[in-house]
Ligand binder design. Structure first.
Ligand code: ADP
Ligand code: F6P
Length: 320
């Protein structure tokens, strides 16, 4: 193998650039050529592809977003478009593709693998919702951004004795809500993975007021409902002078944490080591702090990311 391609796809995540650097540098240091593909699968099909240079890579390690850009390109779910993508890869002499992205992007890599093109998925999404890994690149940064925002909201909630309902991202997963909620001492964390009871949450807030805590913080994962919807329901059970806040895309940007950069370095390099060993068609990840590689088709078809819902019980034991 002489030439590999790298693309980023789906929602961008802090640390994607650190992964691009690790993949490209590791490949180049092993004597391979690395080709960057702009705009995800869209750029792949359109042949928006360039040879990467080693000198330009170190300066991207601390940058948020993705220098390879991203795109939502639903057309790639069609077989015809996937085959066109393979045609383009062949034209550029690219023999293996490393895809950094989330669940949807992994499905693209899975399809290419099914058509016989060697593809490897590197988990990059703030949602932490990919099977085959405990953590995805970008999750730590997003959770830290959310925690910092919640801390700020706690300040004003305390000053005005208000209850804030804060919606965080995560698509169908509650990981960002769980981690930031625990970190910011939330009174309630509402995630898609567990039933919730708004009346019980409201009663707890009322009880808290009687017992000396006159403000509150509820973190709601977007996969459950919006902050505005939750607030409306909550207000039916009492006067909390509540406010609804949606953190939205602020969680996606910014300087990646050290943890995300190191994870990106480990996973990016691992993808290349596996390719050099002649392996492929894999989803790579980290499990119990060890790098792991699983068959991408089996991983996507038969496994689901497991959110650690025990963290919710932990929060119940340590909250006010
Ligand atoms: P993420 O990768 O963050 O989950 P998306 O779900 O938007 O983001 O997926 C990113 C891209 O991956 C899509 O725009 C599309 O190009 C490609 N993709 C998604 N689902 C599939 C699929 N089932 N088959 C092939 N490609 C897919
Ligand atoms: O997958 C990452 C993510 O930020 C999700 O948390 C969120 O649901 C979605 O992407 C938002 O998508 P868009 O950028 O298209 O608004």
């Amino acid at each position: 193998m002489k030439r590999i391609g790298i693309l980023t796809s789906g929602g961008d995540a802090a640390g994607m650039n650190a992964a691009v650097r690790a993949i490209a540098r590791s490949a180049m240091n092993a004597g391979l050529e690395a080709y960057g593909i702009n705009y995800g699968y869209k750029g792949l099909v359109e042949g928006n592809i360039f040879k990467m240079e080693s000198t330009k890579l170190d300066e991207i390690v601390n940058r948020g977003g993705t220098i390879l850009y991203s795109a939502r390109y639903p057309e790639f779910a069609e077989k015809e478009t996937q085959l066109k993508g393979i045609e383009v890869l062949n034209k550029f002499g690219i023999e293996a593709l490393v895809v950094i992205g989330g669940d949807g992007s992994y499905h693209g890599a899975e399809k290419l693998t099914m058509h016989g093109f060697n593809s490897i998925g590197v988990p990059g999404t703030i949602d932490n919702d990919i099977p085959g890994t405990d953590f995805t690149i970008g999750f730590d940064t997003a959770a830290n951004v959310a925690t910092e925002a919640l801390d700020r909201i706690n300040d004003t909630a305390t000053s005005h004795q208000r209850v804030f309902v804060v919606e965080v991202m995560g698509r169908g997963a509650g990981d960002i809500a769980l981690w930031s909620g625990i970190a910011a001492a939330a009174d309630a964390i509402v995630i898609p993975e567990r039933e919730y009871d708004i009346e019980a949450i409201a009663n707890k807030l009322t009880e808290n007021r009687k017992n000396g805590k006159d403000h509150g913080l509820i973190v709601v994962a977007e996969g459950v409902m919006t902050a505005a919807e939750f607030k409306e329901k909550l207000d039916q059970y009492g006067d909390f002078d509540s406010r609804a806040v949606t953190l939205a895309h602020v969680q996606r940007g910014g300087v990646p944490t050290t943890k995300d950069r190191v994870l990106a370095a480990r996973l990016g390099d691992y993808a290349i080591q596996l390719l050099l060993e002649g392996k492929g068609g894999l989803a790579i990840g980290i499990h119990d702090n060890k790098l792991v590689a699983t068959d991408i088709i089996d991983t996507l078809e038969n496994h689901k990311h497991q959110t650690d819902v025990s963290l919710l019980d932990l929060n119940d034991r340590i909250r006010f």
